[in-house]
Design a protein around this ligand. Structure first.
Ligand SMILES: Nc1ncnc2c1ncn2[C@@H]1O[C@H](COP(=O)(O)OP(=O)(O)OP(=O)(O)O)[C@@H](O)[C@H]1O
Ligand SMILES: [Mg+2]
Length: 264
């Protein structure tokens, strides 16, 4: 999948400013960035709901609108249809994309039970997190080659989030291409081969390990009383600590701290 110089504005508000990327088949890539950084705008262009103002996106050689048949999507603001049962919802999505009713229903039950959801429960009676799970399952039931997940685990409890992670790891092993946005940097760090930091433009791109290495010349010094953080270069660390008149903790940058440094 390639994006070349994608621009997208809402009126005068530029959301994507010359975004280019290249994602290989079977890669797991996360887009990270602050609220309003243009991630959802970019995702919506990837799954063909919006057209770029300039530039283009090609997916397996095709325009996004055509490539949609290879994709499973969880939109950021997506909500499942309230009046169905979980099983009906997932079955319907499976039938829309590829399966017969019987196949879709069997697969729907299997996935729902795997994720701990009663297939007969009505969607409007499910908790917020379980509604989110129904959406995720509805996106993956058709066994798509490409998954586009815009903050899929928002609102999930830690255990449910890990169930989703485990499932995504399995999907990656099967060779699927997965594109994720998340504000949980641990999620990005655990799952993705590569990350893009996006704030209108792409600010930084690379493997998590490479990015951490690049930033490893910085230490994070935390004032343990006030919680204030300082980013200090290795060669300046001793002098900084010598002058510090507070109790401190020193750590190497995590992905989260790199994020804070880039965007604050
Ligand atoms: N439908 C819309 N109409 C007008 N402006 C919009 C619309 N959708 C997004 N925007 C604006 O475009 C910019 C990018 O928003 P976008 O939703 O793509 O960011 P995001 O990175 O997904 O943010 P978040 O992390 O909060 O989900 C923001 O300034 C936002 O206000
Ligand atoms: Mg968003």
């Amino acid at each position: 999948m390639d994006a070349r110089d994608v621009w997208k504005s809402y009126g005068k508000n530029v959301a994507n400013q010359g975004v280019s990327f290249n994602i290989d088949e079977g890669e797991f890539v996360a887009f990270l960035g602050p609220n309003g950084g243009g991630k959802t705008t970019l995702m919506r262009q990837i799954y063909g709901e919006l057209y770029p103002d300039r530039g283009e996106i090609r997916i397996m050689g095709e325009r996004p609108q055509k490539a949609l048949r290879f994709m499973g999507v969880v939109p950021q603001e997506g909500r499942p249809l309230d009046s169905l049962t979980a099983e009906e919802h997932v079955t319907l999505l499976g039938m829309l994309k590829r399966f017969s009713r019987q196949e879709a229903r069997a697969k729907a039950r299997e996935l729902l039970e795997l994720m701990g959801i009663d297939p007969k429960a009505r969607v409007d009676n499910l908790s917020g997190g379980n509604k989110r799970k129904v959406l995720i399952i509805s996106a993956i039931i058709s066994d798509p080659k490409i998954l586009v997940l815009d903050e899929p685990t928002v609102g999930l409890d830690p255990e449910a989030r890990r169930e989703v992670w485990n499932y995504l790891v399995e999907m990656k092993k099967e060779g699927k291409t997965i594109i994720l946005t998340t504000h949980y940097l641990e999620e990005a760090e655990t799952l993705s081969d590569r990350v893009y930091f996006l704030n209108k433009k792409i600010l930084l791109e690379g493997k998590v390990s490479e990015i951490k290495q690049k930033f490893s010349e910085y230490y994070v010094v935390t004032n343990v009383d006030s919680g204030e953080k300082y980013y200090v270069k290795r060669e300046e660390l001793m002098e900084f600590l010598g002058k510090a008149n507070f109790r401190f903790e020193v750590k190497l940058s995590s992905l989260e701290e790199i994020f804070m440094r880039l965007f604050q």
